[in-house]
Design a protein around this ligand. Structure first.
Ligand code: FAD
Length: 207
Protein backbone atom coordinates (compact mmCIF):
# COMPACT_ATOMS: atom_id res chain seq x y z
CA UNK A 1 0.00 0.00 0.00
CA UNK A 2 1.09 3.58 -0.41
CA UNK A 3 0.64 6.59 1.84
CA UNK A 4 1.12 10.10 0.43
CA UNK A 5 2.16 12.98 2.65
CA UNK A 6 2.04 15.69 -0.03
CA UNK A 7 4.42 18.56 -0.74
CA UNK A 8 6.71 19.24 2.20
CA UNK A 9 10.10 20.26 3.43
CA UNK A 10 12.47 17.30 3.97
CA UNK A 11 15.90 16.76 5.45
CA UNK A 12 18.16 13.74 5.75
CA UNK A 13 18.96 12.15 9.12
CA UNK A 14 22.06 14.22 9.77
CA UNK A 15 20.53 17.40 8.34
CA UNK A 16 23.37 17.77 5.86
CA UNK A 17 20.81 18.04 3.03
CA UNK A 18 17.44 19.78 2.81
CA UNK A 19 14.90 19.76 0.01
CA UNK A 20 11.34 20.71 -0.82
CA UNK A 21 9.58 17.62 -2.12
CA UNK A 22 6.63 17.59 -4.50
CA UNK A 23 5.48 14.52 -2.49
CA UNK A 24 6.78 12.09 0.11
CA UNK A 25 5.37 8.62 -0.46
CA UNK A 26 5.63 5.57 1.84
CA UNK A 27 5.38 2.14 0.25
CA UNK A 28 4.80 -0.84 2.54
CA UNK A 29 3.90 -4.52 2.33
CA UNK A 30 0.33 -4.24 3.57
CA UNK A 31 -2.74 -4.52 1.39
CA UNK A 32 -6.05 -2.66 1.50
CA UNK A 33 -7.89 -5.99 1.24
CA UNK A 34 -8.69 -8.31 4.13
CA UNK A 35 -6.24 -10.86 2.73
CA UNK A 36 -2.66 -9.73 3.33
CA UNK A 37 0.01 -10.88 0.86
CA UNK A 38 2.38 -13.61 2.01
CA UNK A 39 5.54 -15.17 0.57
CA UNK A 40 6.73 -13.94 -2.80
CA UNK A 41 3.37 -12.20 -3.36
CA UNK A 42 4.78 -9.51 -1.06
CA UNK A 43 7.53 -8.82 -3.62
CA UNK A 44 5.18 -8.75 -6.55
CA UNK A 45 2.79 -6.38 -4.79
CA UNK A 46 5.63 -3.90 -4.17
CA UNK A 47 6.75 -4.24 -7.79
CA UNK A 48 3.22 -3.48 -9.00
CA UNK A 49 3.06 -0.44 -6.74
CA UNK A 50 6.35 0.90 -8.14
CA UNK A 51 5.15 0.22 -11.66
CA UNK A 52 2.02 2.34 -11.15
CA UNK A 53 3.96 5.12 -9.37
CA UNK A 54 6.47 5.27 -12.22
CA UNK A 55 3.70 5.41 -14.83
CA UNK A 56 1.94 8.17 -12.88
CA UNK A 57 5.14 10.18 -12.48
CA UNK A 58 5.92 9.78 -16.20
CA UNK A 59 2.51 11.10 -17.15
CA UNK A 60 2.99 14.12 -14.90
CA UNK A 61 6.65 14.56 -15.93
CA UNK A 62 7.82 14.32 -12.31
CA UNK A 63 11.11 12.84 -11.18
CA UNK A 64 11.16 9.99 -8.64
CA UNK A 65 13.86 8.99 -6.21
CA UNK A 66 13.99 5.99 -3.88
CA UNK A 67 14.79 6.56 -0.22
CA UNK A 68 16.20 4.05 2.26
CA UNK A 69 16.98 5.26 5.78
CA UNK A 70 18.09 8.76 4.63
CA UNK A 71 21.52 8.19 6.18
CA UNK A 72 23.54 9.27 3.13
CA UNK A 73 25.34 12.49 3.91
CA UNK A 74 25.51 13.65 0.30
CA UNK A 75 22.63 14.57 -2.03
CA UNK A 76 22.34 11.09 -3.58
CA UNK A 77 18.87 10.57 -2.09
CA UNK A 78 17.63 14.12 -2.67
CA UNK A 79 14.99 15.25 -5.16
CA UNK A 80 12.50 18.06 -5.67
CA UNK A 81 10.09 15.50 -7.15
CA UNK A 82 8.57 12.47 -5.42
CA UNK A 83 10.65 10.78 -2.75
CA UNK A 84 9.60 7.15 -2.33
CA UNK A 85 10.31 5.78 1.13
CA UNK A 86 11.11 2.07 0.74
CA UNK A 87 12.19 1.37 4.31
CA UNK A 88 9.05 -0.60 5.18
CA UNK A 89 9.66 -3.07 2.36
CA UNK A 90 11.59 -5.34 4.70
CA UNK A 91 10.66 -8.91 3.75
CA UNK A 92 13.30 -11.64 3.71
CA UNK A 93 13.22 -15.23 2.46
CA UNK A 94 15.34 -18.36 2.32
CA UNK A 95 15.31 -20.09 -1.06
CA UNK A 96 14.89 -23.75 -1.88
CA UNK A 97 17.01 -25.55 -4.50
CA UNK A 98 14.49 -24.98 -7.31
CA UNK A 99 15.42 -21.28 -7.46
CA UNK A 100 19.15 -21.78 -8.03
CA UNK A 101 21.10 -22.19 -11.22
CA UNK A 102 22.36 -25.78 -11.41
CA UNK A 103 25.92 -24.41 -11.30
CA UNK A 104 25.40 -22.57 -8.00
CA UNK A 105 27.39 -24.58 -5.43
CA UNK A 106 25.08 -26.58 -3.17
CA UNK A 107 27.05 -25.95 0.04
CA UNK A 108 26.66 -22.20 -0.53
CA UNK A 109 22.88 -22.24 -1.04
CA UNK A 110 21.93 -22.07 2.66
CA UNK A 111 24.09 -18.94 2.95
CA UNK A 112 21.92 -16.98 0.54
CA UNK A 113 18.79 -15.04 1.52
CA UNK A 114 16.40 -13.06 -0.69
CA UNK A 115 16.03 -9.65 0.98
CA UNK A 116 13.65 -6.88 0.03
CA UNK A 117 15.23 -3.49 -0.73
CA UNK A 118 14.17 -1.72 2.49
CA UNK A 119 15.32 -4.27 5.06
CA UNK A 120 17.89 -2.69 7.34
CA UNK A 121 21.32 -4.18 7.99
CA UNK A 122 20.14 -4.75 11.56
CA UNK A 123 16.95 -6.57 10.52
CA UNK A 124 18.87 -8.58 7.94
CA UNK A 125 21.46 -9.72 10.46
CA UNK A 126 18.71 -10.87 12.82
CA UNK A 127 17.02 -12.75 9.99
CA UNK A 128 20.31 -14.33 8.92
CA UNK A 129 21.03 -15.54 12.42
CA UNK A 130 17.57 -16.95 13.13
CA UNK A 131 16.72 -17.96 9.58
CA UNK A 132 13.40 -19.21 8.35
CA UNK A 133 14.28 -22.61 6.98
CA UNK A 134 18.03 -22.31 7.10
CA UNK A 135 19.85 -25.01 9.06
CA UNK A 136 22.72 -22.67 9.98
CA UNK A 137 23.26 -19.33 11.67
CA UNK A 138 24.64 -16.67 9.35
CA UNK A 139 25.83 -13.05 9.54
CA UNK A 140 27.01 -10.27 7.25
CA UNK A 141 30.80 -10.29 6.93
CA UNK A 142 31.01 -6.59 7.71
CA UNK A 143 28.82 -3.79 9.04
CA UNK A 144 29.03 -0.04 9.36
CA UNK A 145 29.32 1.76 12.66
CA UNK A 146 25.50 1.81 12.75
CA UNK A 147 23.12 -0.85 11.43
CA UNK A 148 20.06 1.18 10.39
CA UNK A 149 20.94 1.54 6.72
CA UNK A 150 18.81 -0.37 4.24
CA UNK A 151 20.42 -2.99 2.03
CA UNK A 152 19.53 -1.08 -1.16
CA UNK A 153 20.86 2.18 0.31
CA UNK A 154 24.04 0.54 1.54
CA UNK A 155 24.96 -1.17 -1.68
CA UNK A 156 23.86 1.82 -3.81
CA UNK A 157 26.38 3.92 -1.90
CA UNK A 158 29.05 1.17 -1.87
CA UNK A 159 29.26 1.49 1.92
CA UNK A 160 30.32 -0.59 4.91
CA UNK A 161 34.00 -0.98 4.50
CA UNK A 162 35.92 -3.77 3.02
CA UNK A 163 38.88 -5.59 4.54
CA UNK A 164 41.77 -7.51 3.06
CA UNK A 165 39.82 -10.73 2.61
CA UNK A 166 36.45 -9.34 1.46
CA UNK A 167 34.73 -6.38 -0.17
CA UNK A 168 32.04 -3.95 1.01
CA UNK A 169 28.24 -4.50 0.95
CA UNK A 170 27.82 -4.73 -2.85
CA UNK A 171 30.18 -7.70 -2.85
CA UNK A 172 27.63 -9.71 -0.85
CA UNK A 173 24.92 -9.17 -3.46
CA UNK A 174 24.60 -12.29 -5.57
CA UNK A 175 21.77 -11.05 -7.78
CA UNK A 176 19.02 -8.45 -8.12
CA UNK A 177 15.39 -9.18 -8.90
CA UNK A 178 14.19 -6.07 -10.66
CA UNK A 179 10.75 -4.52 -10.77
CA UNK A 180 10.08 -5.54 -14.36
CA UNK A 181 10.93 -9.18 -13.70
CA UNK A 182 8.55 -9.24 -10.76
CA UNK A 183 5.74 -7.46 -12.60
CA UNK A 184 6.05 -9.77 -15.60
CA UNK A 185 5.96 -12.85 -13.38
CA UNK A 186 2.61 -11.92 -11.83
CA UNK A 187 0.37 -13.48 -14.44
CA UNK A 188 2.71 -16.35 -15.29
CA UNK A 189 3.37 -17.86 -11.90
CA UNK A 190 1.45 -16.48 -8.93
CA UNK A 191 3.20 -18.65 -6.36
CA UNK A 192 6.80 -18.62 -7.51
CA UNK A 193 9.47 -16.29 -8.84
CA UNK A 194 10.03 -16.32 -12.58
CA UNK A 195 12.12 -14.37 -15.00
CA UNK A 196 15.65 -13.10 -15.10
CA UNK A 197 17.82 -12.30 -12.11
CA UNK A 198 20.47 -9.65 -12.71
CA UNK A 199 23.53 -11.49 -11.54
CA UNK A 200 27.24 -11.85 -12.13
CA UNK A 201 28.14 -13.68 -15.32
CA UNK A 202 30.90 -15.58 -13.55
CA UNK A 203 28.63 -16.51 -10.62
CA UNK A 204 25.04 -17.02 -11.85
CA UNK A 205 22.59 -17.25 -8.97
CA UNK A 206 19.06 -18.14 -9.81
CA UNK A 207 16.43 -18.57 -12.46
C1 FAD B 1 25.32 6.93 11.80
C2 FAD B 1 25.85 6.54 10.45
C3 FAD B 1 26.83 5.57 10.41
C4 FAD B 1 27.36 5.18 9.18
N1 FAD B 1 28.36 4.25 9.19
C5 FAD B 1 28.95 3.92 8.02
C6 FAD B 1 30.08 3.05 8.01
O1 FAD B 1 30.53 2.59 9.05
N2 FAD B 1 30.61 2.73 6.82
C7 FAD B 1 30.13 3.25 5.65
O2 FAD B 1 30.66 2.93 4.59
N3 FAD B 1 29.07 4.11 5.63
C8 FAD B 1 28.50 4.47 6.79
N4 FAD B 1 27.46 5.36 6.79
C9 FAD B 1 26.94 5.83 5.51
C10 FAD B 1 25.67 5.03 5.11
O3 FAD B 1 25.89 3.66 5.30
C11 FAD B 1 25.38 5.26 3.63
O4 FAD B 1 25.10 6.59 3.43
C12 FAD B 1 24.23 4.37 3.10
O5 FAD B 1 24.19 4.53 1.71
C13 FAD B 1 22.90 4.83 3.66
O6 FAD B 1 21.90 3.87 3.40
P1 FAD B 1 20.39 4.35 3.46
O7 FAD B 1 19.53 3.14 3.52
O8 FAD B 1 20.21 5.36 4.52
O9 FAD B 1 20.23 5.00 2.02
P2 FAD B 1 19.74 6.46 1.63
O10 FAD B 1 20.64 7.47 2.22
O11 FAD B 1 18.29 6.59 1.94
O12 FAD B 1 19.94 6.38 0.05
C14 FAD B 1 21.25 6.17 -0.49
C15 FAD B 1 21.13 5.92 -2.01
O13 FAD B 1 20.48 4.67 -2.24
C16 FAD B 1 19.34 4.89 -3.07
N5 FAD B 1 18.28 3.97 -2.64
C17 FAD B 1 17.83 3.80 -1.37
N6 FAD B 1 16.86 2.87 -1.36
C18 FAD B 1 16.69 2.46 -2.64
C19 FAD B 1 15.81 1.53 -3.28
N7 FAD B 1 14.89 0.85 -2.60
N8 FAD B 1 15.90 1.37 -4.61
C20 FAD B 1 16.83 2.06 -5.34
N9 FAD B 1 17.68 2.96 -4.80
C21 FAD B 1 17.60 3.16 -3.46
C22 FAD B 1 18.94 6.35 -2.87
O14 FAD B 1 18.19 6.86 -3.95
C23 FAD B 1 20.31 7.00 -2.73
O15 FAD B 1 20.86 7.20 -4.03
C24 FAD B 1 26.89 5.77 7.98
C25 FAD B 1 25.90 6.75 8.04
C26 FAD B 1 25.38 7.14 9.25
C27 FAD B 1 24.34 8.19 9.28
Amino acid sequence: MIRRYGARAWKNIHVTRKAHLADLIDVDNSSAGVQQPTGFAVLRQAAETFESLIQEARQQNIRLRALGSAWALTDIAVTDGWLINTKMLNGCFDLTDQYFEATYPEPKRPLLALAQCGISINELNIYLERGQNSPIRRAMKTSGIGAGQTVAGAFSGNTHGSAIQFGSTPDFVVGILDRQTLVESIGGNPTGLRGEVLDRRQRPAGQ
